[in-house]
Ligand binder design. Sequence first.
Ligand code: KIV
Ligand code: ZN
Length: 513
Amino acid sequence: MDALVRIFDTTLRDGEQSPGFSMNPGEKLELARQLEALRVDVIEAGFPISSPGDLESVRTVAREVRGVAVAGLARANPKDVDAAIEALRPAARPRVHVFIATSPIHMEHKLRMSADEVVAAAEAAVRQARRFTDDVEFSAEDASRSDVEFLCRVFDRVIRAGATVINVPDTVGYATPGEYAALIATLRERVPDSDRVTWSVHCHDDLGLAVANSVAAVAAGARQVECTINGIGERAGNAALEEIVMALRTRRDVWGVRTGVDTTKLYRASRLLVAITGVPVQPNKAIVGENAFAHEAGIHQHGVLMHRATYEIMRPEDVGLPTNRLVLGKHSGRHAFRRVLEDQGVRLDEAALNRTFERFKALADRKKQVAIEDILALVDQEVRAAPARFVLEAFQVTTGTATAPAASVTLRSADGLATATGTGDGPVDALCQAVNQITGVRAQLLDYAIRAVTGGTDALGEVTARVREGDVVVVGRASSTDVLEASVLAYLDGVNRLAAARAGARVEDPAWA
Ligand code: KIV
Ligand code: ZN
């Protein structure tokens, strides 16, 4: 039997901490559930000391997601480790992840600590974490630029203190595959009791080598890979989970290892992250990009039609990419609909399923062929819907080459119906102005993106609107076959989120009052 390589997902920690990818606690939990369905081995849910909100998010994931180990990050000091323990207390399988930098440049200029002080802090933090759980990971930050002798010394001490996983990060994405593999091999050879721990790698993509470095390290004996969905993360990102998993699987003949990941859930996990953050994946992205399995050149199309393997090294269905685009139509029933959702790893409670099914029926009336991508867009809309303080009742737009764009919007709220008109630079701007007048939210549209979910002129248009009021930035999202309807709904989704954030924050944060 091939050796198992464990997948440690850090989308909710290293991924989430990078600009533009922040998620609220509900969104983190939703993604964590998808990661559990994907069957990753460890979910790093956050960095509990970094904020009360992060601690609470880690605690929520730890309480709700029972089928997978949940990790919390801590620097090597007592307060950080206490916060991680506090957050992980409800977990079925808690892991405390302790780190400290070991490279000369970090020790001297960032930590201002001597080598001896770093060793002592690492050892003490691991001991403290071990009193709470027997699953303790230690990371030597900037390991790839650290002195190997010093790394051996630190690792020896933390293993003796009880660390069970030793992580060797390429924090700044500086390593090359050959030297990184050699580093792992050297450490495994020189560190006493190295066979009692799991060797882990964590690579950043500054030189575009994160995945190559990770798989090279696997060949040298690493048995845990740290990575993120869509490769999101600090600066150029982390190693992409979907690429690591599919590389190890597709070239099992080379690496002779396996992962426990259900690869058919990869596409869904990628989509969910895009839906939550509003940050799209580049079309040519390996595994989950729109073009990853598209064959455009005639000669390629001909080859694939004759025999798929001429140009396809993986089957789209192995990564959960819908191949049969015409899945459901207006005569499809609830049973078939539920089945499609289950196949995609989507879990909705009965009420949410019913609402999504109703939206599907309405869509099937407008669009003959409803594809899996359309259904996933409806699911994203349901899952992400903000508490709807304001609901769109009706809208009308006038625009044209000789007419100034104007819009009329009617919204329903607890106070009844309200209608306002707005004008603007274009029809979307006019719609947003009308929404602002009714809701009283002083929202500003920062970013607006529209994407056709499938091909064809009747395609569902999916709109992502990044909206700001004061310091609070949220992502609103909606889809419709009418792009102006999708636009006003996405903006309203953002405004509802802002209104909810404002109401929620008022209790703790007088700045909102
Ligand atoms: O890149 C890095 O070194 C990290 C550590 C905290 C593991 O993210
Ligand atoms: Zn990192």
